[in-house]
Design a protein around this ligand. Sequence first.
Ligand code: DAH
Length: 342
Amino acid sequence: MKTKLESIREESLRAIRAAADPGALDALRVQYLGKKGSLSAVLKQLGSLSAEERPQIGELANRIRAGIEAALKERGEALQSALLERKLREEALDVTIPGTPVALGARHPLQIVWDECVDIFIGMGFQVAEGPEIELSEYDFDRLNIPEGHTVREWTDTFYLTEDEKVHLRCQTSPVQVRVMEKQQPPIRIVSPGRVFRKDEIDATHSPMFHQMEGLVVDKGITMGDLKGTLNVLLRRLYGPDTVTRFRPHHFPFTEPSCEVDVQCFECHGEGCRVCKGEGWIEVLGAGMVHPKVLAGCGIDPEEYSGFAFGVGLERLAMRRFSISDLRLMFENDVRFLRQFS
Ligand code: DAH
């Protein structure tokens, strides 16, 4: 019986030390120490021993049980810490490894002035309105008081989409004025930046697609003074607080009176130079008091309300702002050019 117990000890300790995982260890515990385990089987035979032998064997069996329990505990702990170590190793994060660089783009110069202009007007309580790029001639021409036969209505100037000349790619953002006014009674204060299209040959200052921002204010008692004040804020925010402006009479069919707005040349301060082509002034936008016919055509009573409107070319603003000499750079998407604005 003693040899039986010794062999159980040896066999079990060897097996425990070799156990590969906690599950195997549990199985061994059952196999050796369980109610139906090998140790119990031996102890069941204690009764057949002499009174002398019984305590010796009993004591030996207890020692072996304690030894197996200790071995199970030790192996269990070893397995746990090995598992932990492996996890730590596998899940290790080396924070010193350089990250994968994320290629950051840059805002397009045009988008920069677009955002800047919109921000300036939002600061003055304007909202941003949108209109379609494929426009009805009714909105882009008729209701803006641009009569049949006007040069901008020529096929050589405008991208018509239908033979009957009723649909075309809008040639200005001004139709958004009509779209806003026919839906909304005053007070109206909106700006509307967007694409416009004209049949122009591409060169350093022309493109068949470019961008404008329209502005419209309609309310009771709006005067030319409001127009000048608002546009002076725009131009001084864009070009600096000392910017000198000039409002020069002009003609647009949808405004009366109309004007063009110039800023004094920053280069020569009015003397005349290469930048302003000897003029001393640089034209930046068109504006005027909304024509009573246009108001009335949108269901707004011109006896009760008045308004001003303006349209500004965004490419020109951007070119002046960033000293870009050729308009084509804006649309060629050469990353060497675009990167300069990051
Ligand atoms: N639509 C005009 C153009 O493309 C610009 C313009 C002039 C817009 C006067 C206006 C305005 O709203 O009042 O040349």
